[in-house]
Design a protein around this ligand. Structure first.
Ligand SMILES: NC(=O)c1ccc[n+]([C@@H]2O[C@H](COP(=O)([O-])OP(=O)(O)OC[C@H]3O[C@@H](n4cnc5c(N)ncnc54)[C@H](O)[C@@H]3O)[C@@H](O)[C@H]2O)c1
Length: 281
């Protein structure tokens, strides 16, 4: 038995721990909590995140930052959580990567080009992990997963998303991600284009087209986030639907991502790897 490699045994042989060491260990335990900075802390999602993270025994919020606050207040953080605005999120990510702070990002508006820019930022500091998820609701992630599984078996797929009227971007990041996953699954399976005989169209009537999949956006007060994926073939339709009724629905996914990101450097897109789901299959 080697007491040097067995600290408990060593303290017993040496007659107990000095009080100073006990104090240091107590401080280490407090420090072992993950330190979190929340960007967009005064927003609807940010406020919910502060409440959820603040209630976790293994996390502490070192700073809640909103418009006009200096980001430096979050310099001691291990993980940043960002629910801000598509116009500011890229700067926030660049700041996190530059300062070696892992980031869990829910802000929407990520195009493939933006993701490529984040990938190259992370490439310059490969110790840092950045997770960008268009949707942290576990129900919504499963809805996307099931939609991609079902898509090759039907002739047609269309997506309808509905959100509150304060949403800045359309279609939602979730709807765009679903369309891409569905299109990829269909292409892998060798499915042809979705049939559509429309020749006369009032602009926008058939929605936006993302990788050949039509996406329709509704904006209504009273909603948080809803999405339906409708699939159709001869004589039948299948509807896969998810309804986030309160912002609390996003918190289990955010917390799982916060605990996961520290051991997963690089860029991760989507909550699927955190949940152990393979994307789009
Ligand atoms: N991924 C998901 O699961 C998910 C779920 C809901 C919302 N969202 C997205 O999250 C984002 C925020 O949504 P919301 O409803 O909370 O919006 P919100 O407008 O209520 O909150 C955004 C907050 O960010 C602040 N902000 C803006 N720029 C900032 C900056 N540079 N630094 C710090 N704070 C800044 C604003 O002042 C505001 O308080 C949106 O892009 C929304 O689409 C994602």
């Amino acid at each position: 038995m080697d007491p040097v490699n067995r600290p408990e045994e060593a303290w017993r042989l040496w007659g107990g721990r000095p009080a100073a060491v006990e104090r240091d260990e107590a401080e280490d335990l407090v420090r072992a909590k993950m330190r979190i900075v929340v960007f967009g802390a005064n927003g609807r999602m940010g406020a919910e995140v502060c409440q959820a993270v603040g209630g976790q025994a293994d996390c502490e919020i070192v700073a809640g930052i909103d418009l006009g606050d200096p980001r430096e207040a979050g310099l001691s953080a291990d993980v940043a959580i960002d629910f801000t605005h598509p116009d500011t999120v890229m700067d926030n990510i660049a700041w996190c990567v530059d300062h070696g702070i892992n980031a869990v990002v829910g802000t929407s508006g990520f195009t493939p080009e933006r993701l490529e820019r984040v990938r190259s930022m992370v490439g310059e500091n490969p110790r840092v992990g950045v997770l960008i998820a268009p949707n942290f609701s576990i129900g919504a992630v499963l809805m996307m997963h099931f939609a991609a599984q079902a898509a090759p078996y039907f002739d047609s797929v269309e997506i309808i998303e509905a959100h509150h009227t304060a949403k800045a971007d359309a279609p939602s990041g979730t709807a765009a991600a679903t369309a891409r996953l569905v299109a990829e699954a269909r292409s892998r399976a060798g499915a042809g284009p979705v049939p559509d005989a429309t020749t006369h169209e009032t602009p926008g009537a058939r929605g936006a087209e993302i990788d050949g999949i039509r996406v329709h956006s509704l904006r209504l007060p009273g909603l948080i986030a809803q999405q339906e994926v409708r699939l159709g073939s001869a004589g039948e339709t299948l509807t896969i639907s998810d309804d986030s009724r309160s912002r609390a629905s996003f918190m289990p996914g955010v917390l799982q991502a916060v605990r996961w990101i520290g051991s997963h450097p690089g860029l991760t897109v989507g909550l699927e790897p955190v949940l152990g789901l393979s994307q789009g299959r």
